[in-house]
Design a protein around this ligand. Structure first.
Ligand code: NAD
Length: 519
């Protein structure tokens, strides 16, 4: 067996009889090792190691990709756009702390590394950028576009957002002033009334209809042709909507949802109309806000069309800390008994969330993030027992995009003692969310190029249309119906990295390092 050399873009090659490189693909034969458990009549578990053989193949050609954002003119939309331009052009700007250069800090793919293995001579770890594990697209190459109910050009919208330094803004101003969001759909009942004064860039009609679905599909097609793109990925980074009621006959099945749109039913939200348009257009759609865009009918429609969807709600600040800290506490055997989370922020997101129904969407999305960790620890928690958990969000215009998140974690320790951890987290919200928008696009894009089959099958197919692999970046991860939700941050990252490794025929990173323990 002779390994085919990697392409000139690849920084490593896997030398294994289970891995084949062709000009167009990386093919791997992968043994997935799990443990199957049954409970016997005597109440004892029997755990049996199990092996399943899969074939994976990855298309090596990086496609020309477009990213279309719904809510392009908002804080996230403008910040991520300016950030990509700054990186593409290698910009440097003055700040009062000295010059700063463009980077992708905060992107797990662009800013973190993975242990490839152990150096054969020195026995030290060899780490490579996460971005180089698979032939991913580079964010600098993304063509950016999108929709907004506010018609401001992106340079003016960047000023409105008040996130970036003036010296950086000045360098992207010309280019961004040429970027103008496409008109969007606006159903006033779904977002806060206080957003009305910016809604000046609208497709006519104030409730769902097929014409809206068709218009959005046409916008995606036009963007693709105008920019000569191979594919387009769409993300909702528009305002948080209120939850839609789940109504039998309206949004419970794919067929009913399409009928409800046709009949102009009032309970179909703009974000669901976008999702439906993208599914029908086979453009992956990711929801970065907390509302229930993916009503059961939308999930069914996506799986019928084998179109990728992912959500919900970017996991940028407080919840990311929570899904790491709670994982640590409960895994350490410490009994967390309450979490109190307070936020105040002064950007337009905060203004929208000052309205009760939109706040409720956020409250729900922020509330369930510790469930899996609590449920898994049957030593600390009785069945159904749960730490108290409260989430408060207040609008405080003065702090702008510099969101404050105050958290108190209260836990019971050895012999009735207590531990209290207080966190005061201050950061520019949009500077945390923008790299997540990039990660979501990069991972989603590569998922469109990965195929699998059980080793005994003939046909290759794609992953399930609900992309739970995106969980690391999302607060309330959407998973295929009936499958568990994983919130623990370390597990989410391990899933992402180990699936990437499997695609190139590498074993999961076990961290056992027996080579340093058994001499
Ligand atoms: P923002 O209010 O600055 O931007 C939202 C944009 O969406 C606005 O420009 C608005 O005009 C536009 N919009 C509203 N309805 C629309 C529609 N139907 N079609 C097209 N455009 C529409 O908010 P942001 O700070 O950019 O955040 C965007 C979303 O991301 C919010 O829902 C927020 O809750 C969510 N989110 C943000 C973070 C973060 O860290 N920044 C984290 C998690 C979730």
């Amino acid at each position: 067996h002779t390994p085919v050399p990697a392409g000139k873009e690849d920084i490593f090659v896997v030398d294994s009889p289970n891995v084949i490189y062709t000009d167009s693909e990386i093919q791997s034969k992968y043994t997935y090792r799990t443990t199957s458990v049954v409970r016997g009549a005597d109440g004892k578990y029997v755990a049996t190691p199990k092996e399943t053989l899969y074939d994976f193949k990855v298309d090596r050609k990086t496609p020309k990709t477009g990213m279309m954002l719904v809510g392009w003119g908002g804080n996230n939309g403008t910040t991520v756009t300016a950030g990509i331009l700054a990186n593409r052009r290698g910009l440097v700007w003055e700040t009062r702390e000295g010059p700063r250069a463009a980077n992708y800090y905060g992107s797990v793919l662009m800013g973190s590394t993975m242990k490839l293995g152990t150096d054969a001579h020195t026995m030290q770890d060899v780490n490579i950028p996460f971005h180089d594990v698979l032939p991913l697209i580079h964010p600098n190459d993304l063509v950016i576009g999108g929709w907004d109910i506010s018609g401001l050009n992106l340079a003016a919208a960047l000023d409105r957002a008040a996130v970036l330094e003036p010296t950086l803004k000045a360098q992207v101003k010309k280019e961004m002033s040429q970027m103008v969001p496409l008109p969007s759909i606006y159903y006033p009942d779904f977002i806060a009334a206080n957003q009305e004064d910016r809604a000046d860039n609208l497709i006519p009609g104030d409730k769902a209809c097929l014409a809206h679905v068709e218009k959005i599909r046409q916008d995606i097609r036009d963007f693709k042709t105008q920019n000569n793109l191979d594919k387009v990925i769409v993300q909702w980074t528009a305002n948080t909507e209120r939850f839609a009621d789940i109504l039998p006959g309206v949004n419970d099945t794919a067929e009913n949802l399409l009928k409800a749109i046709e009949n102009g039913h009032e309970e179909v939200s703009p974000s669901t109309v976008f999702a439906v348009a993208c599914i029908l257009e086979n453009a992956p759609f990711i929801n970065g806000s907390p509302q229930n865009t993916f009503v059961p009918g939308a999930i069914e429609l996506a799986s019928k069309h084998n179109s990728f969807i992912g959500g919900d709600d970017f996991k940028s600040g407080q919840t990311k800390m929570k899904s790491a800290l709670v994982d640590f506490l409960i895994s350490a055997g410490i009994k967390l008994t309450s979490i109190a989370s307070y936020n105040h922020l002064g950007n337009n997101d905060g203004k929208n969330l000052s309205s009760q129904r939109q706040f409720r969407s956020k409250e729900i999305s922020k509330s369930n993030v510790v469930d899996d960790m609590v449920e898994a620890n049957t030593v600390l928690y009785k069945k159904g027992e749960h730490p108290d958990h409260t989430v408060v969000i207040k609008y405080m215009p003065a702090v702008g995009d510099n969101k404050r998140a105050l958290d108190e974690y209260y836990a019971e320790i050895f012999l009735g003692g207590h531990q209290t951890i207080s966190i005061f987290n201050v950061c520019e919200d949009s500077l945390l969310a923008s790299p997540l928008i990039i990660d979501l696009v990069l991972v989603t894009e590569i998922m469109t190029r990965i195929q699998w089959r059980a080793h005994t099958d003939d046909e290759f197919k794609g992953f399930h249309s609900v992309l739970s692999i995106l969980s690391y970046m999302l607060k309330a991860p959407l998973t295929p119906p009936g499958t568990p939700v994983i919130n623990a941050l370390a597990k989410q990252r391990a899933a992402l990295i180990n699936i990437f490794r499997a695609c190139v025929g590498l074993e999961p990173e076990s961290d056992m390092t027996l080579e340093h323990k058994l001499f």
